[in-house]
Design a binder for this molecule. Structure first.
Ligand SMILES: [Zn+2]
Ligand SMILES: [Zn+2]
Length: 335
């Protein structure tokens, strides 16, 4: 089968033909219908993650179950879409057992498409417990990108930012995650301000609903410091994290999602004297997968997705790196 694989030291994925995977006793075999591409892929290809082995990339997966392992009694419906919970938790460790399965530290755990084989391929074998049925009416490309680009902002904003009706929320960075973050915050009834350096992204954000969209350059002029209950930084660079600290209110929360740089500056005096909470956010839980698909089904979140043939994956990763992808992109295995 076709597979686009990470090879240590290479800056492009290797497009190869490998054997179709065999599902283990507790796995299912998915025929991939769509796979989302993500900035994390660029970090891997740049060698920043330090993987020393070859694997098929792609951690945002949607497909149909075509085979199941000997221990799986669940019936999977033909033609029904299933999305993969990318953190691929073990189901058995303390975190998994208490509902924090995005933090799983079970033995040998690895993420789908990040260190172990993922979705840039015709087929993917994953543990049956880590797939979620996609409600009818949601397309494969929307389901695939939702597993990260909706799940991550949903977890960051609802569970960690504890955003509620009328919370004042500042979303920094309107890439794929930030744009869905705007929709999540609006769906929760928050009063939303969104900022980015790109005017086209601000324009797109304005089409999402009632909100203020302000160029990051003008934030100082247009917004008073200390204005927001919650600031969500989807970029994670010096400039954005500094802005987050400027604009969060006393006693408020900064949720850091973006991994734009390995270190961000903490300005300790205001942080301490105003009791600001800084909260890291990582991906999302299995339970939240069901919740986001419900919201998408109800039309409360409409993820913007572009599609392209999977065999062109290297081209689209370059386009992503160049900042040419406006929303989020899913690859379709239409060979
Ligand atoms: Zn991702
Ligand atoms: Zn676990």
């Amino acid at each position: 089968m076709f597979a686009a694989r990470y090879v240590p030291g290479q800056k492009k994925l290797s497009l190869t033909d490998i054997p179709k995977p065999k599902p283990g006793p507790r796995d299912v075999l998915l025929k991939i219908r769509a796979a989302g591409i993500c900035h994390s892929d660029l970090h891997v290809l740049a060698g920043e993650v330090g993987y020393t082995h070859t694997f098929t990339m792609g951690h945002e997966a949607c497909g149909e179950v075509v085979e199941k392992g000997s221990d799986i009694s669940t019936e999977f419906k033909a033609g029904t879409l299933y999305a993969v919970h990318g953190p691929n938790p073990c189901g058995d460790c303390t975190y998994c057992r208490t509902g924090f399965d995005n933090l799983c530290n079970g033995p040998g755990r690895t993420f789908v498409g990040l260190g172990q084989d993922g979705a840039y391929a015709e087929y993917l074998a994953v543990p049956a417990r880590n797939i979620v049925e996609v409600p009818k009416g949601i397309t494969p490309e929307v389901a695939a990108v939702a597993t990260d680009a909706v799940l991550t902002p949903y977890h960051a904003i609802k569970a960690l930012g504890e955003v509620q009706t009328n919370s004042k929320v500042l979303i920094i960075g309107l890439g794929g995650l930030g744009m869905n973050g705007v929709q999540v915050a609006l769906a929760l009834g928050a009063k939303v301000t969104a900022c980015d350096l790109r005017d086209a992204s601000l324009e797109m954000a304005r089409s999402m609903g009632k909100l203020d969209a302000i160029n990051s350059k003008d934030l100082d002029k247009q917004v008073k410091p200390g204005s927001f209950d919650v600031v969500v930084d989807f970029v994670g660079r010096d400039s954005t994290f500094t802005q987050a600290q400027t604009f969060v209110r006393p006693g408020g929360t900064i949720v850091l999602v973006g991994l734009g740089s390995q270190q961000v500056p903490v300005i300790s005096t205001p942080l301490i004297s105003y009791q600001v909470r800084v909260q890291g956010a990582f991906w999302g839980t299995h339970q939240e997968m069901h919740e986001i698909f419900q919201l998408i089904s109800e039309g409360k979140i409409k993820p913007q997705v572009e599609t392209a043939p999977m065999k062109d994956v290297n081209h689209w990763l370059e386009e992503l790196e160049a900042g040419h992808i406006k929303s989020r992109m899913a690859l379709l295995p239409n060979f």
